[in-house]
Ligand binder design. Structure first.
Ligand code: 1HN
Length: 344
């Protein structure tokens, strides 16, 4: 491969004339834009230990009242992207949000898609598009693009959840904005999937046609489904379920993908390098995670992010208990763009 000319090789007066006309030579940047053989992700394999950050999140609860925060969140910022970009990966934003008893986070809607994965506490709820979604540990609640959402808390203990948004992508596209609104009129409690053994709830005469017919995926159902799948298929390697739109079978949201994974006691999964970055959050149990050269041990409620194009090893160190993980990735986006790749 040819060594390409550098910017420093060009005379100052030439560079000044280019700059004055808003022109830039390509060749000094070409190799960085198109590195040989594989991308060079800025995203670094990073792990956030819940027990280390929890006191800081609780302290935010005393330092900043909800009225001064709107959303009281500590962002999990990937060091490869720097602290100011608020990015976990190229397309994923992660934050841990705290809502205290009696607090209310007012209604708004915005272009980025969000999901909440409940980490701790009970008694809080999110109202999405008028549907009340109670929050219990491990539940996944969607707040897709454009839908009104607000959070309330009728319980007695702090509630914490993990927010996953496609904000970095939507911001990069210069399409990110929000609209504030009044408290939503309640339409009722959000439907639960009620799916079992190949049976799905069918609308009485036709599909609702709603872009997001299901907003809340209770953990109790996902956990039971994983255990049933593991038992029914002892030879199945990855005991994994995808969060999908039950009317279409497509991923639950358009840009990011969400999965629940069970690792059997002592199980190790070796995954080839794939193009999307991945977020792993431990709902129950523990995870020894290796991503390229990086290695972490995650305890319950810990969260890690791994770059794309990186082979992964996921190991459940417990000899007798399964591990349950929540996974988020950029798979739907890569597939839609024709960029999805697996390197075997
Ligand atoms: C947002 O609207 C929420 O509604 C949480 O709870 C985190 C991060 C960036 C932009 C909007 C929420 C967010 C957010």
């Amino acid at each position: 491969m040819n060594e390409l000319g550098r910017l420093e090789d060009l005379p100052d007066d030439y560079l000044a004339q280019l700059r004055a006309l808003n022109l830039v030579p390509l060749w000094p940047s070409l190799r960085a834009l198109l590195p040989p053989e594989r991308p060079r992700p800025r995203t670094q394999a990073t792990c956030w230990a819940y027990q280390a950050l929890r006191p800081l999140l609780m302290r935010a609860g005393t330092l900043t009242p909800i009225e001064r925060a709107e959303r009281r969140v500590l962002v999990l910022a990937n060091p490869g992207h720097g602290p100011d970009s608020l990015q976990a990966s190229a397309a994923m934003y992660l934050g841990l949000q705290l809502l205290l008893p009696g607090e209310w986070a007012p209604a708004h809607r915005h272009t980025p898609n969000a999901v909440r994965l409940v980490v701790e506490g009970e008694g809080a709820y999110t109202t999405v598009d008028g549907w009340k979604c109670p929050m219990a540990r491990g539940d996944l609640i969607l707040t897709p693009t454009g839908l009104w959402h607000e959070h309330g808390h009728d319980g007695t203990q702090p509630v914490v959840w993990l927010d996953v948004l496609d904000l970095p992508l939507v911001h990069y596209l210069e399409t990110s904005y929000h609209v504030d609104g009044p408290r939503q009129a309640l339409r009722g409690e959000a439907a639960v999937p009620g799916s079992a053994g190949g049976l799905l709830p069918t609308p009485m005469f036709e599909r609702s046609g709603a872009a997001y017919p299901l907003l809340r995926y209770p953990w109790a159902q996902a956990r039971a489904a994983l255990l049933a799948l593991a038992q029914a298929q002892p030879a199945l390697e990855a005991v994994q379920l995808g969060y999908v739109n039950p009317e279409t079978g497509a991923p639950a949201q358009n840009i990011l993908g969400f999965h629940a994974l069970m690792l059997r006691p002592g199980q190790t999964l070796c995954w080839p390098a794939r193009s999307p970055a991945l977020v792993c959050h431990v709902i129950e149990g523990a995870l020894a995670l290796q991503a390229g050269e990086a290695a972490f041990t995650l305890a319950e409620a810990d969260t890690a992010c791994t770059p794309g194009y990186t082979a992964l090893r996921l190991h459940n160190p417990s000899p007798d208990a399964p591990a349950f993980l929540f996974l988020a990735d950029e798979g739907p986006l890569h597939r839609k763009l024709g960029l999805y790749e697996v390197r075997r």
